[in-house]
Design a protein around this ligand. Structure first.
Ligand SMILES: [Fe+2]
Ligand SMILES: [Fe+2]
Length: 468
């Protein structure tokens, strides 16, 4: 029998054994029924236990969520400033991997006693300081070192340890979430290793990368690592970001394999001479495929928006991240379709007109241009293109345009909510201001001629000259 003082005893004292009141006749009958049962199903070997309470589980998952959200934003901030085609594309895809990891963790956190508003408003000044330093990379290879070799690897290890340490039965949903995230991490980190090796073999100085890696590892160590539970080390000095807050790039960069143009939005003008008659199917087809390859600039647009509207609305960030991946895919589709059509993709000049205008612009107007003019504009003409491709039995164009059409319809739909998070302007005002800003930019680039004092390019001109 327990006394009053024993029931109120603190947890440091040994717990009193609670007796098992098993009845021999019931136990024996159960054993008999089990023996007679004909099926021997696979045995579930998971054990009850685990190191975390719901509270500690949520504390760790919230940190993971915050790292993932910050990595999505950080990669978005760099999309304009990565010249190398393959790295820009892969970064567009990885932005979504981090966004999707954040989404899964956010949903699990909501099941672990956290309100969504609390999760979305969560900020961590120490982690921000680390991210700010990681963003201060001197070039894309330093960015890859920070994002993948330092934080990416630390998160991968932490996710594996969390899977091992948490209760696989009571906390099975967390285990599943982390396994799904790891299925993106494994190819992502493997790709990053190969990409960094390619940079080194191409001349990037390994020692410089090694000291940058060590510096960031020490900085991560001084905030207790990704879990916050590691012993804290002293902060390395000096920090690059101290006194130099990170500012994202504004100019779209391309690698040396590209020839680019921004003095016009028109491919025939850029080429100096038309390849096919202006309104011929052949011309529209090549223009469509080139536009897809040149959507490398849409990776830059949507990636940059994630950074520019960071922390305003998680759903908007998530949708932008997904669109960024889709645009990376459209770029890949365009690149491959050019090859399928018999071109070396690098022989065809790359259009920088749109991205040059959008790069330094307020995100609401840049988004209005690419979403309300560009993507809506694609949908105006793509049905006709698909039908002609079908009539002509042009399997290549039919195949790619069919998938791209469904993506762009989805982008137009998602764009509604994203724009609402960016501006409170009404539709007419937003369109007019966007047209004014693009007129100014296109005139400055020489892409349109202003022969009147008061002049604003039409919606159709922008659809045509900047496109999507
Ligand atoms: Fe696209
Ligand atoms: Fe799009």
């Amino acid at each position: 029998m327990s006394t009053n003082s024993e029931t109120t005893s603190n947890s440091a004292r040994p717990a009193k054994e609670i007796p098992t009141l098993s009845r021999p006749e019931e136990r024996g009958a159960a054993a008999e029924r089990i023996r007679a049962y004909p099926y021997r199903f696979p045995r579930d070997r998971r054990q009850l236990g685990g190191k975390f309470s719901v509270e500690e589980n949520a504390r760790r998952l919230l940190r993971f969520f915050y790292f993932e959200r910050r990595l999505m934003q950080a990669l978005g901030a760099w999309t304009l400033s990565i010249p190398e085609f393959e790295v820009k594309l892969e970064t567009g895809r990885q932005i979504f991997y981090h966004a999707d990891a954040a989404r899964l963790l956010r949903e699990r956190l909501h099941e672990q006693e956290k309100r969504l508003a609390e999760i979305d408003q969560h900020r961590d000044a120490e982690i921000d300081r680390f991210i700010e330093e990681l963003l201060s990379a001197r070039d894309p290879v330093e960015l890859l070192v920070g994002v993948h070799q330092v934080v990416g690897r630390a998160l991968q290890t932490a996710y594996r340890h969390h899977i091992d340490d948490t209760d696989p039965v009571t906390d099975a949903p967390t285990v599943r979430v982390l396994r799904r995230i790891l299925s993106d991490y494994e190819p992502m980190l493997e790709w990053a290793e190969q990409a960094i090796t390619a940079y080194v073999e191409g001349g990037a100085e390994e020692t410089r990368l090694g000291s940058w890696r060590w510096h960031l590892q020490r900085l991560l160590g001084c905030v207790g690592g990704v879990t916050g539970a590691d012993p804290r080390a002293a902060e390395p000095a000096p920090l690059r970001s101290a006194g130099h807050p990170f500012q994202r790039g504004t100019a779209p960069l391309r690698d040396a394999r590209f020839e680019t143009f921004k003095h016009t939005g028109d491919y025939d003008t850029a080429d100096g001479e038309a390849r096919f008659p202006k309104d011929s199917y052949e011309n529209l087809r090549l223009r469509f495929i080139r536009t897809q390859r040149d959507e490398v600039d849409a990776i830059e647009a949507f990636g940059t928006f994630i950074w520019d509207i960071r922390f305003k609305d998680f759903q908007a960030e998530y949708d932008l991240a997904r669109i960024t991946w889709d645009e990376a895919r459209h770029t890949e589709i365009g690149h491959r379709a050019l090859q399928a059509a018999g071109y070396d993709p690098f022989e065809l000049r790359n259009r920088l007109t749109g991205s040059t205008c959008r790069g330094p612009m307020d995100p609401a107007f840049a988004m209005a241009e690419i979403n309300l003019f560009g993507e809506v504009g694609v949908l105006k003409t793509i049905n006709g293109l698909v039908e002609t491709a079908r009539e002509r039995q042009d399997a290549l164009l039919l195949h790619i345009a069919d998938f791209i059409r469904s993506d762009e319809r989805t982008h137009v739909r998602k764009g509604q909510h994203i724009l609402k998070c960016m501006t409170s302007l009404g539709a007419q005002e937003l369109e007019l201001r966007t047209r004014e800003l693009f007129t100014e930019c296109l005139v400055s680039l020489g892409a349109v001629k202003s022969d009147m004092d008061v002049f604003t390019v039409s919606r159709e001109d922008i659809e045509d000259l900047v496109g999507e």
